[in-house]
Design a protein around this ligand. Structure first.
Ligand code: FER
Length: 289
């Protein structure tokens, strides 16, 4: 019995030690399809949007071991200003990153929804993507997401519906949306991530008007950016405010620019935290290049 206890405590110790060391950024092959890795599936869904008045499209990644008998947490993964629901798939191949992480046992089972975050009738990324109505549509998406898409996903898929089983993250404009919508709706999201957040990110005082509440409700707040991204100021000012107000968060700056290298790494690292016990004492280890 004593021996079993010693073995068990050694196991717990090594597990805890692993859990506390910071995640390494993308190892070689993390985004290359591995023949031995089981593959998830990608559905295209169409949902009715009262917000926009159209039927809208989104992609849904189901993990390799998906079973309709189980219930899953959900990550909503958002694109940037030049993209649409296909952008992550085309530029980041998240399904490859996720399949590989599952093959290594590093990811909690979850469903990943990739919507179109430009909530307007013509939501294609064509013409002047910086036009005022197109940029405005990225903020209209908050209503579409909360009132149309999430309820649709929750009817169609076997998902857990509480805030602790719902995450949001995105790249650039999608990063700004994730911060705005996630921090603005702490009753809906406990996991919030922004990769290279864009100028649509609300000012820190508006994003987090009640730091004590954010601190209490958030499971994880992740900010990452490339050190040579000219938009880094939006991550920086958010990070500074969060530090001042002592809201735990990960601020991960890596060598890089405004591109998918940084965003894929962001997804690789952020996804591994999701829907697990998080040790906030490891956060400060990320705040370096
Ligand atoms: C801007 C510069 C960049 C801006 C948005 C972006 C709305 C977004 C970039 C991206 O999503 O990649 O001035 O204003």
């Amino acid at each position: 019995m004593k021996r079993i206890l010693i073995a068990a405590s050694l196991f717990m110790f090594s597990w805890a030690a692993t859990a506390q060391s910071p995640l390494q950024h993308m190892p070689a092959g993390f985004d290359v399809p591995q023949p031995s890795a089981a593959k998830g599936t990608i559905d295209t869904i169409h949902y009715p949007s009262n917000t926009v008045g159209t039927t809208r499209r989104a992609l849904v990644y189901l993990p390799p071991a998906f079973s309709p008998q189980k219930q899953y947490p959900v990550l909503y993964l958002l694109h940037g200003i030049g993209g649409d629901e296909m952008e992550w798939l085309r530029g980041g191949q998240p399904q490859v990153i996720l399949d590989n992480l599952y093959a290594q046992g590093k990811l909690a089972d979850m469903i990943v929804v990739m919507p179109n975050g430009r909530a307007m009738k013509d939501d294609r990324a064509t013409g002047d993507i910086m036009a005022r109505d197109k940029v405005e549509a990225f903020s209209v998406f908050e209503k579409d997401l909360l009132n149309d898409l999430i309820p649709f996903i929750e009817k169609k898929y076997p998902v857990l519906k509480d805030r602790e089983h719902r995450a949001i993250a995105g790249l650039s404009m999608g990063g700004g949306q994730s911060l705005n919508f996630g921090l603005g709706n702490l009753d809906k999201f406990a996991w919030v991530g922004a990769f290279s957040a864009a100028p649509n990110t609300k000012s820190p005082e508006l994003l987090v008007p009640d730091p004590a509440k954010a601190k209490q409700r958030l499971k994880l707040l992740w900010l990452s950016c490339g050190d040579n991204d000219r938009l880094i100021t939006f991550s920086q000012r958010t990070h500074q405010y969060l530090d001042e107000k002592q809201v735990p968060h990960i601020y991960y700056i890596e060598p890089g620019v405004h591109d998918f290298k940084v965003w894929k790494n962001g997804l690789y690292m952020y996804a591994q935290f999701l829907f697990k016990l998080v040790d906030t004492s490891s956060y400060k280890q990320y705040s370096t290049l």
